[in-house]
Design a protein around this ligand. Sequence first.
Ligand SMILES: Nc1nc2c(c(=O)[nH]1)N[C@@H](CN(C=O)c1ccc(C(=O)N[C@@H](CCC(=O)O)C(=O)O)cc1)CN2
Ligand SMILES: [Mg+2]
Length: 282
Amino acid sequence: MATILDGKQTSEKRLETLREAIAGSGLHPKLATVIVGNDPASQMYVRMKHKACEKVGIASVGVELPADATTRTVVDKVRALNRDGSVDGILVQLPLPSQVDTGRVINAISPEKDVDGYHPENMGHLFLGKPRFSSCTPTGIMTLLAEYQIPVAGARAVVAGRSIDVGRPMAALLLNADATVTICHSKTKDLAEELKRADILVSAVGKPHFITKEMVKEGAVVIDVGINQLEGKLVGDVDFEAVKEVASAITPVPGGVGPMTIATLMENTFRSAQERACDRVL
Ligand SMILES: Nc1nc2c(c(=O)[nH]1)N[C@@H](CN(C=O)c1ccc(C(=O)N[C@@H](CCC(=O)O)C(=O)O)cc1)CN2
Ligand SMILES: [Mg+2]
């Protein structure tokens, strides 16, 4: 039976440590969130972020824009937050409505305040092996692996999915930690064969029960990034009940990767506040 990698418990522990660090820092970190439209899931995630801020002692401000907002409106809002000296971190909740150019919006975020780590400058630092801010979900996964003392160096890691927010930065973080990394995607030949070679398998494809028991090597560590609705229930990409019989460790959905994403965002925001305070002194 696999060890369940408990992201909820781990994130709570880290948030408590962070709360103490912030309280003792003399700093007043502040996060700004930007949401466009009224997608219920996005609204819930933003609410969860504000709640986490409150828990750890980070001030937060929420900007809400209508579903028909233009790229210019969103970019102007982001630029105003860049200029606001009281704001340490800015995040634009994704996905954005189709009329908004996501790339232009991300590029407009000051890289120093880009606590989601999506700006090309921050992606560049990550791929050069010297991350400043790296995306919250992959970074949270690395934290979870470390918490459970799962060795990454030398491991064969396979990432299913090549998205900008998860697959690519995940691969970079695993590579930076000396794993041998393969990225699989919709055009990968012999996908099942590739996945079965993994010591660490990360699935971020967004398809319920995509990863079956037959695709997983005995003893593999399985990380499920999927957040899918199936018959009114929240499920990951992994057929959890079957795969936990062959894996050595596995993340549940809910309660695995998701909570680690939020904890990492809080950590990134505090780090931004620390670095900005240092810059003011220098
Ligand atoms: N700007 C960003 N947009 C998006 C990100 C992101 O990191 N930055 N990630 C996802 C959504 N997301 C945060 O924004 C997120 C998703 C899920 C969870 C989470 O804790 N989920 C719970 C289940 C909650 C439920 O009941 O549905 C869990 O897995 O236990 C946190 C954050 C896309 N957009
Ligand atoms: Mg401040």
